[in-house]
Design a protein around this ligand. Structure first.
Ligand code: ADP
Length: 500
């Protein structure tokens, strides 16, 4: 009997492999960083071969750590940095250029042109997304337009496109599988999320040949098998989902209205909206959560650009803290923020404000304001920003959120989690296993292969480390949120120089 499901967690700066047992506990893990390339300002690239070799290395390492053999592994699930774009030769397997990473802004001008030409509504109605260089579509087009010979080779059917999940599956299967799952497809800006097919009109608009695109498959289901030469036997590749969707699954957010927030460098909040896509009136994007059991489920997504990064700023630039976890103790040294608010709009504001010109602001400073108040106000800013996205989700979905599940590095901060519960006025649940992304990929693969019976079993599996319940009155909450809104208006007003 196989004892483990193996999750590949292919992130932006490192790849990990985790082996989970039937209780969803981590039995072994290995991690390795890979190189980041910044060839021009605003450009970010990865070496696709290195993504593969690192992933393979950590997979072998995770197995070796506990002496696991191929017979012990029930299935492989893959979760990945989303949108990152790779094009390679279907015969030689060689990438035609480095992978263009989701953060890369090289196609920003082209994305702006699409907006100016009036395609915003069409793209949103079909893909659920706002036109942006972030998604794969303009990146694929860039490769076709700019790498010599690539367009001709693509037209001749010699090249394949894929996001990191697709690339890893292709390598893992010895070139037999060219597929992706619904969640990753929905981040390309080429996929029609209502009709569940690559969208002809968008492909024509961007001049992308359909023959390079992967087959889109359920997130939980057998994609194919790992080449027996790799691990010594054929392991089914049975699950795949983009990292944020995998975390939503790993947190067992299976019902409409269930939401999770990941507190990393930025924050990513997703709310399951069930079998119908909800198109946002409040600055959120609509995405496919996953495909499972013959159905497709949707989610609303809101991203916050600066979250944990604001703590890094306190540490590295301001030198107010020695380490980011210290912020918890420091914030506890004072009883409030002394009327001060920090808005960490270092690169503008994301959902639901969408103002790329806003800049970081500290307001309400008086003579008694100390570094502890500033640290506390910085932590609070993560909670306020999350609350803004959450209220947008409530408005779009018509469902008031009853609780929030959290994960990511900064969710370890107990002060922050308590303020979060206070500000949203609902309980915050922190799971026992914080590796929710890898766990989600494992669950998707394990359900497809019978390792777990289904979503019910997983719901029972998911242990809570700690629940934070709101501890302030409704009036206090509204007063704090009103102050935050004024602070955001200041950050936005700063960018407006029309009164000069
Ligand atoms: P990413 O996946 O984006 O690299 P992680 O989930 O690893 O992020 O979380 C790292 C981020 O969380 C960093 O920005 C760091 O500042 C922040 N962070 C980590 N631990 C704490 C903590 N105890 N309190 C506040 N912030 C923290």
């Amino acid at each position: 009997m196989p004892k483990y499901v193996m999750a590949f967690d292919a992130g932006t700066t490192s790849n990990r492999c985790i082996l989970f047992d039937r209780q969803g506990a981590i039995c072994s893990s290995a991690q390795k960083e890979f190189r980041q390339f910044f060839p021009h300002p605003g450009w970010v690239e990865h070496d696709a071969e290195e993504i593969w070799s690192t992933q393979l290395e950590v997979a072998r390492q995770a197995m070796a750590n506990i002496g696991a053999t191929v017979a012990d592994i029930c299935a492989i699930g893959i979760t990945n940095q989303r949108e990152t774009t790779i094009v390679w030769d279907r015969e030689s397997g060689e990438p035609v250029c480095r992978a263009i990473v989701w953060q890369c802004r090289r196609t920003a001008d082209y994305a702006d042109r699409l907006k100016e030409e009036g395609y915003t509504d069409m793209i949103r109605e079909k893909t659920g997304l706002v036109i942006d260089a972030y998604f794969s579509a303009t990146k694929v087009r860039w490769i076709l337009e700019n790498v010599p010979g690539v367009r001709e080779r693509a037209e001749r059917g010699e090249l394949l496109f894929g996001t990191v999940d697709t690339w890893l599956m292709w390598k893992l299967s010895g070139g037999k599988i060219h597929a992706t799952d619904y969640s990753n497809a929905s981040r390309t800006m080429l996929y029609n999320i209502r009709e569940l097919r690559w969208d002809r009109e968008i492909l024509d608009l961007l001049d992308i040949p359909e023959k390079i695109l992967p087959e889109v498959m359920p997130s939980s289901g057998i994609f194919g098998y790992a080449d027996p030469g790799i691990f010594g036997g054929p392991i089914p590749i049975a699950g795949a989902a983009g990292d944020q969707q995998a975390a939503l699954f790993g947190q067992a957010c299976f019902h409409p209205g269930d939401a999770k927030n990941t507190y990393g460098t930025g924050c990513f909040m997703l709310m399951n909206t069930g079998e119908e896509p909800i198109f946002s009136d409040n600055g959120l994007v609509t995405t496919i959560a996953w495909g499972i059991d013959g159905k497709v489920y949707y989610a609303l997504e809101g991203s916050i650009f600066v979250a944990g990064a604001a703590l890094q700023w306190l540490r590295d630039q301001m030198k107010l803290i020695d380490s980011t976890p210290d912020s918890e103790y420091m914030a506890g040294k004072v009883k409030d923020t002394h009327g001060c608010y920090v808005v960490p709009a270092f690169t503008g504001l994301g959902a639901p404000h969408w103002n790329q010109y806003a800049r970081g602001t500290i307001v309400g400073i008086t003579r008694g304001c100390s570094k502890y108040h500033i640290i506390r106000a910085t932590l609070d800013s993560l909670a306020y920003q999350t609350n803004d996205v959450l209220r947008a989700m409530n408005a779009d979905s018509g469902r008031p959120l009853t609780s929030l599940k959290v994960d990511g590095g900064a969710s370890a901060n107990n002060y922050l989690m308590q303020v979060q519960a206070d500000i949203i006025g609902a309980p915050v649940h922190r799971p026992a296993c914080v590796e929710t992304t890898a766990l989600g990929a494992a669950y998707l693969a394990g359900i497809a292969t019978g390792f777990w019976a289904g979503r019910e079993e997983i719901e029972n599996n998911s242990g809570i480390d700690r629940t934070f319940v709101p501890g302030i009155s409704g009036e206090k909450r509204e007063e704090m949120v009103r102050g935050w809104r004024r602070a955001v208006r200041c950050a936005v007003a700063w960018a407006d120089d029309s009164g000069d």
